[in-house]
Design a protein. Structure first.
Length: 311
């Protein structure tokens, strides 16, 4: 195939993908209509060529319907191919274009009850590993719709959620209505500029590092040092490349994207050493790695008497 016709077929596939993703009812409706047409043709003894044609249309639309359902299960989001990976705000605003898509984007659950239940594990990790208590001012980096914040706020003195996506923060605000000790902060770019020095006791980032580039992961760990009080704690997690489940997830991605465009939000996992290195380089002490299922969780403490973290 020549290059222009290859480009044309890619464009056609993309166009069809966008159309059917947007109007999911089209193929099922066409299949049902064709089924009715075949039935009517048989009952009414219509010319066998027309009956055959209706049967071919029924097969094609039924196949398309089945294919579409499988495809959307595997690729629930558009590829957002106009965005580069670093265009975090654009990408995540597009993912959070409604409350439902925002819920699915943060934890895969479309139902609010499931979203609330899914926060139990990160809250448990925060309490067990960095001992969050009601004396702590806590910041979550990349808080999404405050899935964790809503559950953690009653357990700390104050909770602040920071995120780069205005849409995510919009839904976070709705979910946090009536909760008194919470604040939201929209990040204008990667890093924690705009948040004051020594303002927090705990800074954490859960379920989000996988979507960021390594330099931005580093920026957040480095800036966490600045905004923590001495003795303050951090918790950062990511999918662990060295765990069996993490490795399976990694190799599954290879299959999934073999012939598909890699979207800007595609997950990238971590080795434990990566997270430990960021913490040590930022100046943290007591750097520890905790392996929990497919997660690698790094915790560390800002030493008392620390000034500028970068060593
Ligand atoms: C998978 S969601 C997780 C949200 C939340 N931490 C949770 O577990 O429910 C990822 C979040 O990271 C945010 N995000 C992505 N890249 C970011 C960046 N570079 N800086 C800040 N937030 C970012 C997105 O807007 C989104 O809210």
């Amino acid at each position: 195939m020549s290059i222009p016709s290859k480009a044309l077929s890619t464009d056609l596939r993309r166009g069809a993908g966008t159309l059917f993703r947007k109007h999911r009812w089209l193929l099922p409706a066409a299949a049902i209509a064709n089924g009715v047409a075949v039935g009517a043709a048989i009952v009414l003894h219509v010319d066998y060529r027309l009956t055959f044609l209706a049967a071919v249309c029924l097969s094609a639309t039924s196949f398309g319907w089945g294919y579409l359902e499988r495809f959307l299960k595997l690729f629930p989001w558009p590829t957002f191919r106009d965005f580069a990976r670093g265009q975090y705000a654009e990408t995540w605003n597009a993912m959070a274009e409604s409350p439902k898509t925002a819920r699915v984007a943060v934890c895969g659950a479309s139902d609010e009850r499931e979203v609330r239940a899914s926060a139990a594990e990160p809250v448990r990790n925060l309490i067990e590993l960095v001992s969050v208590t009601d004396r702590d001012d806590v910041l979550e980096i990349a808080c999404g719709i405050a899935r964790v914040g809503l559950e953690l706020a009653p357990r700390c003195r104050s909770w602040m959620g920071a995120d780069i996506s205005a849409n995510m923060l919009h839904y976070a605000r709705q979910r946090l209505q009536g909760v008194g000790n919470v604040h939201l902060h929209q990040l204008q770019s990667e890093g924690l500029r705009g948040l004051g020095d020594g303002a927090f006791d705990v800074v954490y980032c859960t379920n989000s590092m996988a979507h960021m580039d390594e330099l931005d992961r580093w920026r957040y760990v480095r800036d966490a040092f600045r905004i923590l009080r001495p003795g303050g704690r951090i918790l950062f997690d990511n999918v662990d490349m060295t765990s069996d489940r993490g490795w399976i997830a990694f190799t599954n991605l290879e299959d999934k994207y073999r012939n598909a465009e890699i979207p800007p939000y595609m997950v990238r996992f971590s080795f434990p050493e990566e997270l430990m290195e960021y913490a040590a380089r930022a100046g943290f002490g007591q750097v520890k790695i905790h392996k929990r299922g497919m997660l690698v969780i790094m915790t560390a403490v800002k030493p008392h008497g620390a000034q500028d973290g970068i060593t």
